[in-house]
Design a protein around this ligand. Structure first.
Ligand SMILES: C[S@@+](CC[C@H](N)C(=O)[O-])C[C@H]1O[C@@H](n2cnc3c(N)ncnc32)[C@H](O)[C@@H]1O
Length: 225
């Protein structure tokens, strides 16, 4: 972690305590435009390059860890980006309880925490329950774009999306390679760069909304009486 005085940039940072009900993205960004959400933005590398490459898109980053959140806000503020906002929050709670229906054009989820121990798998963000919330929030042609270095988590992503494909809620599509990905990179985030040095492979999967009314959330073991 680089040590420098981090500035708060109130035009970039949205404070969780200031949210009152469902988030009005047009009001948050001061304009109506397609909304892309990144879950677990880390130091904000994806958002900085993507927001520069696509000025007509509003980018909304969610990061739980305070030190990364503050670093990302400082970085975006220094770049003078007007089409990106950051919030420090638990993404599962935020999407489920505070995102409006039909409001997000793309969810980007890159190298989410894999929680490798089996007893911790229920903490993984990309699960059936959170996919239900994502589907509610997606616009009619909305997408999810996912990458991970973790094979077992990739298998879980494939299973969760496979159920959405089987019931007709979503359809497969090609992974969208982010603007910041350099030669040899698939995503171009800090974690991909770190994992590439360790010789780890990047797995990707992506999907587009087909018909959200068809989504059938499977009954999980802990729901069975
Ligand atoms: C492995 S890092 C990947 C960061 C970045 N996407 C990248 O590829 O470099 C996972 C990030 O997700 C954040 N995170 C984990 N759980 C989260 C949650 N429930 N809500 C928001 N952020 C979360 C972590 O704090 C961490 O910064």
């Amino acid at each position: 972690m680089q040590f420098r005085k981090l500035r708060e940039f109130s035009d970039i940072a949205l404070l969780f305590e200031d949210i009152d009900g469902r988030i009005d993205f047009a009001s948050v960004f001061g304009r109506s435009a397609p909304v892309h959400v990144e879950i677990g933005s880390g130091k904000g590398t994806f958002l900085v390059s993507e927001a520069q490459a696509n000025p007509d898109i509003n980018y909304f980053g969610i990061e739980w860890a305070n030190k990364y959140y503050r670093y990302a806000v400082d970085r975006m503020g220094r770049w003078g980006l007007s089409n990106v906002r950051m919030i420090r929050a638990d993404a599962a709670e935020l999407v489920q309880d505070f995102f409006p229906d039909d409001s997000v054009d793309c969810f980007h989820i890159y190298f989410p925490d894999p929680w490798p121990k089996k007893r911790h798998h229920k903490r993984r963000f990309f699960c059936d329950m959170n996919l239900g919330a994502i589907l509610r929030c997606l616009t009619s042609s909305g997408k999810v774009n996912l990458a991970t270095d973790h094979e077992d988590y990739f298998n879980q992503m494939t299973d969760v999306l496979g159920r959405a494909f089987a019931c007709g809620a979503m359809k497969p599509m090609d992974f969208i390679r982010p603007a910041g990905a350099q030669d040899g990179e698939t995503v171009g985030t800090n974690y991909e760069r770190k994992y590439m040095k360790e010789g780890r492979k990047t797995y990707t999967i992506a999907a587009q909304l087909a018909d959200k009314t068809k989504w059938v959330r499977p009954v999980e073991e802990d729901q069975v009486e």
